[in-house]
Design a protein. Structure first.
Length: 297
């Protein structure tokens, strides 16, 4: 553990799906801890991202977006995960979009009102705001919604104003030695990140409902001097989804494989041999037992 750390605490990043929570954490950490797509429900797990600067260790908690209609077991688990991150937090970053306020944002804010921790509101995606005067009114509207400790406009994508946020956070951390080793960036294994990167490519390529019905499991991850060899299973819920994921003549699966392999090669710094299999498991997302086996907490 880094010996000179005097302050350390948990910072929960919450908000409705798609506001940019994972983008923000990746931007601060300077590495891809959490996958990002333009689709909601991309983040399914609680992911810790550890940022140690000088005497402070900030433990960011990326959460699945809290969503309203949680019909499947998986979605209920995701909501529970996000709620438990709130309960443990020393500081809450409530992320929303600067140019949009929805009933879902309102829902999340309602839950924050019961929590003990101070809340900083982040108005993200300010790069999308034109004219710039519109930002002033967005800021003042936000301040009226809750007694936030601060309201800060940012662009996670363009790394805008994140330094200001990082200057503020240490003030909220309790006195504590470091909880994680210096070099640790996330609590997740390399296999977890590999599965997530494959799921990101699937989510980007597939339309509508299909990404929500699949999950990726790494069956083999073998490091050899000449490269790594990875076997992954893409679990879907129905036969019809299998056909879509494979695509005509296997074209979708090939594309996913190519894109994932390129990113993994870059990330791991060695050649990657990737084999993908698509298998059907009826309603895995509604079975608590399957979900636990597949690593959903
Ligand atoms: P999450 O569901 O809250 O984790 O959101 P993601 O981080 O997955 O981002 C959702 C989408 O918003 C992605 O397409 C991001 O590229 C995009 N996004 C995130 N931050 C910004 C930003 O500051 N500006 C713009 N224009 N897009 C952003
Ligand atoms: Mg996310």
């Amino acid at each position: 553990m880094p010996g000179n750390v005097s302050h350390c605490g948990f910072v929960a990043v919450v908000g409705r799906p798609n506001v940019g929570k994972s983008t923000l954490i990746n931007a601060i950490l300077g590495s891809k801890v959490s996958i990002v797509t333009p689709k909601p429900q991309t983040t399914r797990h609680r992911i810790l991202a550890v940022h140690t600067i000088g005497e402070c260790q900030i433990v960011f908690v990326d959460t699945p977006g809290l969503h309203r209609r949680a019909t499947k077991t998986m979605n209920r688990m995701m909501n529970r995960t996000a709620a438990s991150a709130l309960a443990d937090a020393d500081l809450i970053l409530f992320v929303s979009e600067a140019n949009r306020w929805t009933v879902e944002d309102q829902d999340v804010l309602k839950r924050l009102k019961d929590s003990q921790a101070p809340v900083i509101a982040l108005l993200n995606k300010i790069d999308k705001i034109h004219p710039k005067e519109a930002l002033l009114s967005a800021l003042s509207k936000m301040s009226e919604r809750h007694s936030f400790d601060q309201v800060i406009p940012i662009s996670a994508k363009l790394n805008d104003n994140l330094d200001r946020l990082l200057e503020l956070i240490p003030n909220y951390l309790p006195e504590s030695p470091a909880l994680f080793p210096d070099e640790m960036v996330t609590d997740r294994s390399e296999s977890f990140h590999i599965a997530e990167i494959i799921r990101e490519k699937l989510t980007l390529l597939l339309r509508q409902e299909v990404p929500y019905g699949l999950t990726v499991e790494i069956e083999q991850f073998k490091k050899e001097p000449e490269g790594v060899s990875i076997n992954a299973v893409i679990w879907v819920e129905r036969d019809s989804q299998k056909g879509i994921v494979v695509g005509k003549g296997g074209n979708v699966l090939k594309k996913v494989g190519r894109q994932a392999r390129l990113e993994l090669k870059e990330r791991l710094g060695i050649p990657v041999h990737l084999e993908l299999w698509v298998k059907v498991k009826d309603n895995w997302a509604d079975s608590e037992k399957e979900l636990l086996r597949l690593g959903y907490e």
